[in-house]
Design a protein around this ligand. Structure first.
Ligand SMILES: [Fe+2]
Length: 285
């Protein structure tokens, strides 16, 4: 297997690996280490069946069950269907077109998310990724000191929107998940590296007045998504593309809603919670 950097400020591509034939401990350890180092990882040219993809997903943590039950694949409920049929109601279109870290509105948020491209459009459908680790590293020492022990307050869709964002406001989901909190500066549970944790759900900061907290969250979200911390990846058919939610924010880009060949998209997402079982010893050390 060869791991080479992606073009852009971060990210890596793993080649010469066939996950349908090889999900050995050595291969998985190398992929996990690559994701932790490079923050996002593309593994092109795969031809897994759904059992094999679900097995691959379990190496990264405990797969979560997505809030919208209709998007779960029947035989594999941890596989979340992402498609663009023209029948999609307007209110559900481009629902991930805002900067976020997955499931940040839950007490235990998603650690890793992966997409597997089954069918992909010729144009559009890129994923934008922003490094909250590079963004943290670039802060001045005074800001780092000031935010070191702050706790972010989160609720689904709670963040102040940046230009062009479409932050979802789903009253039912907000009622279901309520409020939660996470450190504003998160230490990676395996590597210990620090990154900002803001997602699209941080709406304030514990102990600050609401306006001040919201202003700080908005400012840090804008900082994280400066072009120098952003990379783009388009998932193609056969790609598995993973990101580390403890190091990056991501945003979907607009896509045409169509079932025509060359325009339709079918991806299966898996998100996990917790750390890979293979990293348990490192994390405890
Ligand atoms: Fe997402």
């Amino acid at each position: 297997m060869q791991i080479t950097p992606m073009s852009g400020p971060f990210g890596a591509i793993a080649r010469d690996v066939d996950l349908a034939a090889d999900q050995s401990e050595a291969t998985m350890r190398a992929l996990i280490a690559a994701l932790h180092e490079h923050q996002v990882l593309a593994i092109p040219g795969q031809s897994l069946d759904y059992d094999q993809y679900a097995a691959f997903g379990r190496f990264w943590g405990k797969p979560l069950l997505f809030l919208n039950e209709k998007d779960r694949k029947q035989e594999h409920p941890e596989l979340i269907r992402i498609a663009n049929p023209p029948s999609t109601p307007q209110r559900f279109r481009d629902g991930a077109r805002f900067w976020h870290q997955d499931s940040s509105y839950e007490d235990v948020p998603a650690s890793v998310t992966m997409l597997y491209g089954i069918e992909t459009p010729r144009e559009h459908g890129e994923t934008l990724i922003a490094s909250a680790r590079l963004a943290y590293d670039a802060l001045d020492a005074e800001t780092k000191d000031r935010i070191e022990n702050l706790v972010g307050l989160h609720c689904l869709g709670g963040s102040p929107a940046l230009p062009g964002e479409n932050i979802p406001c789903n009253a039912e989901a907000i009622a279901r998940y309520g409020l939660t909190s996470h450190p504003l500066v998160l230490r990676h549970p395996v590597t210990g590296r620090k990154a900002l944790y803001l997602s699209g759900s941080a709406y304030g900061v514990e102990g600050m007045n609401p306006e001040e907290g919201r202003e700080l969250v908005g400012r840090l979200r804008a900082h994280c998504t400066l072009p120098r911390f952003v990379n783009t990846y388009k998932v193609e058919t056969g790609d598995i593309f993973l990101w580390d939610n403890f190091q990056v924010l991501h945003s979907a880009t607009p896509i045409e809603y169509s079932d025509e060949p060359g325009k339709r998209r079918l991806l299966y997402r898996i998100s996990t919670k917790g750390i890979p079982a293979l990293c348990a010893a490192e994390a405890a050390a």
